[in-house]
Design a protein around this ligand. Structure first.
Ligand code: ASP
Length: 353
């Protein structure tokens, strides 16, 4: 663990951070007619931010033409964010992405796969209350994210990965999920420790941070979106399973299963999955439990899944599995390579065992 020394030093070189504003509660205001919160443009946020220039920071911003609630996020918008980072990569020490919390874990996971050889911080943040509100959590989240995005040690960025900062915690993005719609502490990372905790100082947990590889950034933007999720529940019918597996053009399926990767043993269920695999659909098994991992073969209820070729998501989050599925399918890999890469940690998204 190490302290963050972000105190003002007039001799220090300026730290440059690009803020990418996509929308979300942090930049929302109440609509006069409906009373509902709607995203507004970046000017409304920038007024609320203290003059960071006085603290050796040079902050620029780039904004979506039309900021959105993150429920309207989609892979094309992920690509837009990735392209901006690619274009501005050499100009800035780090990036802060302001984003709604609802789908932040999906976007940030997707960016972790799209930005190969990332050696600079890309910190996603937002807030549960808009910036203009008295009790907003937006200020702290925003300022701490800027500090983290600019943090260096021996001239090397401290957090060379995609992360989410929310309510004093920094998490590896592709390990997170939103679990609370009320508390300021909205995110959890069930299967990986936090990367940092902000108290009076920002305490980084060195051993959990990604290490830079000093290779050139490569941005992957071909994402296959013909995928879907199948959330199992007791009583799921053959009609429901068959309808999902027979979606026209389906290329990949994430099954969210019970416990350690268990599913019904009924013949019809196994047969449907088997037929789908023989049609070339990639099927990954992810647990509905936010902590722990899929271990196919541990119970009889997952043995058959393993035998027929279902891929293990191990301890990946559903959000990350969706993003990784789109990314790896976009790479057009042979079946065995797809399986082995899905079951391997590419960006620290799963625990290798
Ligand atoms: N609905 C909002 C969004 O995801 C919630 C938030 O920002 O926290 O854009």
């Amino acid at each position: 663990m190490q302290n963050n020394s972000s105190d003002f030093d007039p001799m220090m070189e300026k730290v440059s951070v690009l803020v990418i504003y996509t929308g979300g509660t942090i930049g929302m205001q109440h609509d006069h007619e409906t009373g509902a919160l709607v995203p507004v443009n970046f000017d409304n946020i920038s007024q609320e931010i203290p003059a960071l220039e006085d603290y050796n920071f040079c902050i620029d911003s780039w904004s979506f033409d039309k900021p959105i609630d993150s429920s309207d996020m989609n892979p094309n918008a992920w690509i837009k964010i990735a392209r901006v980072i690619e274009e501005k990569y050499e100009e800035y020490d780090g990036f802060v992405v302001l984003h709604g919390s609802d789908t932040m874990a999906y976007t940030a996971s997707a960016l972790s796969f799209m930005l190969e050889n990332l050696n600079k911080p890309v910190i996603f943040t937002g807030s549960q209350l808009p910036m203009g509100m008295l009790r907003t959590d937006g200020h702290d989240n925003f300022i701490a994210s800027i500090l983290i995005a600019g943090e260096k040690e021996d001239n090397t960025p401290k957090v060379p990965e995609v992360a989410i900062y929310f309510e004093n915690y920094l998490f590896r993005a592709n390990r997170t999920f939103k679990y609370n719609a009320e508390n300021f502490m909205a995110f959890r990372s069930g299967n990986y420790p936090e990367l940092a905790h902000a108290g009076i100082n920002i305490q980084y947990k060195e051993k959990y941070l990604a290490k830079p590889n000093f290779k050139n950034l490569k941005v992957n933007t071909s994402l296959e979106t013909n995928i879907t999720l199948l959330h199992l529940y007791p009583g799921i019918t053959p009609q429901a399973v068959s309808a999902v597996l027979n979606i026209k053009g389906l290329k990949g399926l994430v099954i969210t299963s019970f416990g350690a990767g268990n599913a019904p043993t009924s013949k019809w269920f196994i047969n449907e999955i088997k037929k789908a695999i023989s049609r070339g659909i990639k099927i990954v098994n992810v647990s509905q439990c936010p902590e722990g991992m899929v271990k196919m073969g541990r119970y009889q209820t997952s043995l058959e899944l393993e035998r027929i070729g279902v891929i293990s998501g191990k301890d990946i989050t559903t959000e990350s599995a969706v993003a990784k599925m789109m990314y790896l399918l976009g790479c057009r890999l042979p079946d065995e390579t797809f399986r082995s890469l899905f079951e391997t940690s590419l960006r620290g998204e799963i625990t290798s065992q």
